[in-house]
Design a protein around this ligand. Structure first.
Ligand SMILES: Cc1cc2nc3c(=O)[nH]c(=O)nc-3n(C[C@H](O)[C@H](O)[C@H](O)COP(=O)(O)OP(=O)(O)OC[C@H]3O[C@@H](n4cnc5c(N)ncnc54)[C@H](O)[C@@H]3O)c2cc1C
Ligand code: FES
Length: 258
C-alpha cells in the first residue's frame, strides 16, 4: 500500500458556510476526476476528488461528520497525509460540456480548467453555488429558485444547450438521480456521457472491495464511468454499500453517518 505523503495546508477558502476549499502544498500530477485519500492522524482517512488539479492541488469539502468537522478545525500551515491520486478521471474529448450539481461541481471545475470545455454549475440557491468567481467565460450557472443565473434545474439548462449546439460528450458529477437524468438526456441527443460516482471507500486502490457497485470497483474501475458501462450496473441510481458491507437504497446510503 502507498504510504501517505505529508503535506501542508497552504490556504483555505470559504466557499459557503458549510463548504471550504483546502489548497495543499504537494507536487503531483492529477487528472480531472481523480481523487486523493486524505489522512488526519488519529482521526481517519477519507476520499476527496480534486477541485483544483493543475498548477495547484485543492479539494473542496462539505462539513458532514466526524472527519470533515475535524478538517474544518485545521488551519493554514497544518499537516495532513495524502495518498493517491487514485481512479481513472475523465477522458479528454473535443466539443465537450460539463455539468456539476451541488458539490459535484468540484471535479467538474478542475475539468473545465484543464479541458477548457463549456460548463454548467447548478445549485438550489445562489448561496450554495460553488466557484462563482472562478470562471469568467464558458460556464453558466443555474439555481432552482432563480436567485442567480438560469432559473431551474441544471439538467434543463443542459437540454437547452444540447438543442442549440452539437456536443460530442457530456461530463457530469452530482446527485445520482441527476446523473441518471443526464444519461437519459444524452441518449435523447445521441451524445456520449461520462459521470463520476461516489461509494464508501476504505483502501482507495482496489483491494478491500468496500466500494463495489455491482462487479465494478468505484475506486479502481472508476470513479468515472461512461453510460455504456453504467447500463450494465443495476446498483447505479439504486443501491450503495455502507461500512458494514450491507447494501442499502441510495436514500439510506447518503443519509448514513459513521
Ligand atoms: C471518490 C469520492 C470523492 C469524494 N469527493 C468529495 C469531495 O470532493 N468533497 C466532499 O466534501 N466529499 C467528497 N466525498 C465524500 C467524502 O469522502 C465524505 O463526505 C467524507 O468521508 C465524510 O466523512 P465524515 O466523517 O465527515 O462524515 P460521515 O458522518 O462519516 O459520513 C457522511 C457521509 O459521507 C460519506 N462517506 C463517509 N465515509 C466515507 C468513505 N470512507 N468513503 C466514501 N464516502 C464516505 C457517506 O455518504 C456518508 O453518508 C467523496 C467520496 C468519494 C468516494
Ligand atoms: S475502496 Fe477498497 S476496493 Fe475500492
Amino acid at each position: 500500500m502507498d504510504q501517505p505523503k505529508t503535506c501542508r495546508i497552504k490556504r483555505i477558502v470559504e466557499e459557503n458556510p458549510l463548504t471550504r476549499t483546502y489548497f495543499l502544498d504537494c507536487n503531483m500530477k492529477i487528472s480531472p476526476g481523480q481523487f486523493l485519500m486524505l489522512w488526519i492522524p488519529g482521526v481517519d482517512e477519507k476520499p476527496f476528488v480534486c477541485s483544483y488539479s493543475g498548477k495547484e492541488t485543492g479539494i473542496t469539502v462539505e462539513k458532514k461528520g466526524k472527519f470533515t468537522e475535524k478538517l474544518f478545525m485545521m488551519k493554514k500551515g497544518d499537516l495532513v497525509g495524502i495518498r493517491g491520486p487514485y481512479g481513472n478521471g475523465f477522458t479528454k474529448k473535443k466539443n465537450a460540456i460539463a455539468l456539476g450539481g451541488g458539490l459535484g461541481a468540484a471535479p467538474i471545475a478542475s475539468l473545465i480548467d484543464e479541458f477548457g470545455c463549456d460548463g454548467i454549475i447548478g445549485a438550489h440557491t445562489k448561496s450554495n453555488l460553488l466557484f462563482l468567481s472562478r470562471f469568467k467565460k464558458k460556464v453558466q450557472y443555474s439555481t432552482s429558485d432563480g436567485s442567480y443565473g438560469f432559473k431551474g434545474r441544471p439538467t434543463a439548462l443542459l437540454e437547452k444547450k444540447l438543442s442549440e449546439k452539437k456536443y460530442d460528450v457530456v461530463y457530469c458529477c452530482g446527485p445520482e438521480g441527476m446523473m441518471k437524468a443526464v444519461i437519459e438526456i444524452c441518449r435523447k441527443y445521441k451524445v456520449e456521457c461520462e459521470v463520476s460516482l461516489e461509494r464508501y471507500m476504505r483502501c482507495g486502490f482496489g483491494v478491500c472491495g468496500a466500494c463495489a457497485c455491482n462487479d465494478r470497483l468505484v475506486c479502481k474501475d472508476g470513479p468515472v464511468f461512461n453510460s455504456r458501462q453504467l447500463s450494465g450496473m443495476s446498483d447505479f441510481g439504486n443501491k450503495g454499500m455502507i461500512k458494514s458491507g450491507k447494501k442499502v437504497p441510495l436514500s439510506e446510503y447518503f443519509a448514513w453517518r459513521e
